[in-house]
Design a protein around this ligand. Sequence first.
Ligand code: ADP
Ligand code: MG
Length: 558
Amino acid sequence: DAEPATRAFQAEVSRLLDIVANALYSNRDIFLRELISNGADACDRLRYLALTEPELLSGDSDFGVELRPDAANRRLEIRDSGVGMNRDELIENLGTIAHSGSAKFLSQLGDKKTEVDLIGQFGVGFYSAFMVADKVEVFTRRAGEQHGWRWESDGRSGFTVEESEDAPLRGTRILLHLKEDAGDYAEPQRLRHIVKTYSDHISVAVKLVAGDEEPETLNAAGALWARPKSEITEEQYKQFYHDTAHAFDAPWHTLHFKAEGMIEYSGLLFIPSTRPLDLFDPGRRGGVKLYVKRVFITDDCTEVVPTWLRFLRGVVDSEDLPLNVSRELLQNNPVLAKIRQGLTKRVLSELEKKAEKAPEAYIAFWETFGPVLKEGLYEDSGQDETLLKLARFKSTTSDLGEGSGDGGWTTLADYATRMPEGQEAIYILAGDDLEQLARSPQLEGFRAKGIEVLLLTDPIDEFWTVRVGAYQDKPFRSVTRAGAELDEIGKDEESEDKSAEDAGGGIEALLAMLRLSLQGKVKDVRASKRLTDSPVCLVADEGDIDLHLARLLKQHQR
Ligand code: ADP
Ligand code: MG
């Protein structure tokens, strides 16, 4: 290659770098976490590739990350013995927003004030190096390839890529030329502290190599999930969660277990306390990483947990899968299916325990992830009983304000105990907005009779109530369907006196007239006892599709 030509960053990268360069001092430490995590990822990837192509290691199976500070020259080098990058990968990975973390960060931008905090929350990946450096050099060689490369940038005008003799035999060296006010990142003491704080449980050893001294391992490394529970502190769990999930909330619940028997696996799973941003994004990656005998296999395996538990974060480590398991092998794999089954059971039973022992905390969980969990009632018929027990609902008799401790949520069991004599069905009304539902004229007749109606506001509600059909032999029935059964419930003399049929012959003439003028727009016009205040409401016929569902389906057709 001739003279290195300067290439422009993708426009989004420039925007990102602009923000990064102005980051608050208090946030800057995280650049090290990002670069160390990239180094560890690169090691994990090579370790995985080498399972089938051992020649990639060239006889050196040592994996790790090294920090080499040079205070005199205000430099910090971060080395890894991972997979490295070739020229195309360098240009793609360090010139565009290739990865989801940064992309997510960008999608959240807009409000200047929160931008800086978001850097900490999402991690902006490699580009965070420019928080502390005014020049960054990257020397890298892809494992198994002949040529090495050098990338350089000041984080403003663009970057250059050229062939280089200074690349490591395998892996990557990142040389940071620290900003004038960032010289302390070349101090061993500072590095020790940051690694302990942010990267203690990264999968590889992080070593400090200062001057001529012996390399010093800074982190605990190793698989936290393989250690006995009694040796792990709350703080370590939390940090591990932050590391693996790239999250910054405290986990709502932590499950650490070892399954022994027919198949053997261990798991360290977290239920977050806040909603991950990509919870409803079809392009999201799995949140649970798959390991085999402590070797990282993939973080994008949809087989480990069912989609309706996709809020789970953490690690599952199998003893039974072969180490050189391929992507194809992971699909429809019977061992993974067993693991998924076991995990599902475990998670649900933990949730049941929580619901019983800490009902208020459980409501917080339900408000965060209930809509996702309910998808299980549609997709997975095997869990109906437990999921119906775990489900919480708003209803016409719940206090829609915040007030009471249960947040106005009821269980189906409690609903059933409040059913008046003669009520055979669980009445539901589905829509988008709780307050709007509560005001619906469809409810008037039910209110007048003191019959409680569940108000459902998640799109999935329409689907699972149909699939599941009933709770303890009591069918779910939408109040928007015509139904004479309202008459049968709780013998209410007064309302019978006022009944429409008795209202005299005039009503039939009125109905005939209305049918005529609404011809083609409605199927029928009937007199109803379900209205007390409103003159009219729309209902679906028995056996016809529910009104809100019809609207939903129409929207999806567009
Ligand atoms: P992320 O790690 O979330 O993908 P980054 O901005 O940290 O995003 O890194 C972007 C990409 O650059 C990585 O996905 C990886 O492909 C590549 N990369 C970064 N650092 C290294 C490294 N030390 N070794 C190999 N590849 C790397
Ligand atoms: Mg990264």
